[in-house]
Design a binder for this molecule. Structure first.
Ligand SMILES: Cc1ncc(COP(=O)(O)O)c(C=O)c1O
Length: 344
């Protein structure tokens, strides 16, 4: 990847485009079934650009609870794009909302002082739900319900590649009915920087202005786009990360942890004492983070099968929190739980 970056042909993407940037954008647009696409420095900026183009002040936008645009972008959807967020519960499974819920939340036009629902923001895979996958038919049904209710649809596909690989479908099968899609080149694919936001030619024209407004234009961007092109060559490799996540989760479950069974590369572990658990993992030499009040473990391009074995060996001596009949972890603390698989 670094060699490709060094060898990249470059132009000036702020002035009159950069050939390697253009190659990347066209390739991603093709993969997503979109008319055009634009590189952005981050997924957050890609999402924000899409939301700024769809939302006006006085609008509300719908998104499944815990979505990145709701919880992890510092409220820019509200204070920069100007939309009032309306979280929807996961009534169709973890990370997913049903067409009915969208229809109900979109509501009907009220008096002039009523917020107007104008956008549905979906996320596939859904990060906070544990990297859960939405299948093409589920996605298409929700997007169709949104369109019938006259909403635009933005898809936060930071990990859309993961969903496509898990399902064995082309990425474009997961973008049907979406006006705009954001995908990351850094998540699991290993590019040091970069996302792409895709949509119609008119959207991308406006998106380029918005990117400049946000300070996201780069000049010899080909150096960065070259990394993205190498990243795209590695999409199929994500299947290895998914397999390693399953091995990791299985090992944790055998050791008595209430680990989720991963659909992609994210393993969530329910614990009663989050801070204490984080400390014990850290002390054991396994770096983890938190998500949705749980311990979160990820597999990625730089991990091997041997690393998973080492991680499980290091986790081994940590005493997992006791479980109570598959219900929420007992808060009394202490004592090794029976080594049966966690039910999730
Ligand atoms: C679902 C989702 N969307 C967007 C982003 C933002 O990407 P970035 O960190 O490149 O801003 C992330 C980052 O983790 C994410 O998980």
């Amino acid at each position: 990847m670094r060699a490709a970056m060094a060898a990249a042909e470059v132009g000036d993407d702020v002035l009159d485009r950069d050939p390697t940037m253009r190659e990347l954008e066209e390739r991603v647009a093709g993969l997503l079934g979109a008319a055009d696409a634009l590189w952005t420095p981050s997924g957050s900026m890609g999402n924000l650009i899409a939301l700024m183009s769809h939302i006006r002040r006085g609008d509300t936008f719908l998104a499944p609870t815990g979505s990145h645009v709701l919880d992890a972008e510092l409220g820019t959807a509200a204070w920069l794009a100007g939309g009032m967020p309306k979280p929807l519960s996961h009534d169709a499974g973890p990370g997913k909302v049903s067409p009915d819920a969208v229809r109900r939340a979109a509501g009907s036009t009220g008096p002039y002082y009523t917020l107007r629902a104008t956008l549905l923001c979906l996320e596939n895979t859904h990060n906070a739900a544990g990297g859960t996958v939405t299948a093409p038919e589920e996605h298409a049904a929700v997007a169709a319900a949104a369109r019938r209710a006259k909403l635009k649809v933005h898809l936060d596909g930071a990990r859309l590649w993961h969903a496509a690989v898990a399902l064995g479908v082309p990425p474009a099968a997961l973008t049907v009915g979406a006006d705009t899609v954001q995908v990351c080149l850094s998540k699991g694919l290993g590019a040091p920087v970069g996302s792409v936001v895709a949509g119609s030619v008119e959207f991308v024209e406006e998106a380029r202005r918005l990117r400049k407004m946000l300070g996201g234009g780069v000049r010899q961007g080909g150096v960065l786009a070259a990394a993205g092109l190498v990243a795209l060559d590695r999409i199929d490799r994500l299947a290895e990360d998914h397999a390693r996540a399953r091995t990791l989760a299985g090992g944790l479950q055998e050791r008595g942890w209430r680990a989720s069974t991963p659909e992609t590369n994210i393993v969530l572990v329910a614990v009663a004492d989050l801070d204490g658990s984080l400390r014990r993992f850290e002390e054991a030499g396994v770096r983890v983070s938190t998500m949705s009040g749980q311990v979160r473990l990820m597999t990625h391009a730089d991990l091997t099968d041997a690393d998973i074995t080492v991680a499980l060996d290091r986790i081994g001596p940590i005493v997992p929190p006791p479980r109570t009949n598959g219900g929420p972890a007992d808060r009394s603390g202490g004592g090794r739980a029976p080594a049966r698989p966690a039910a999730r």
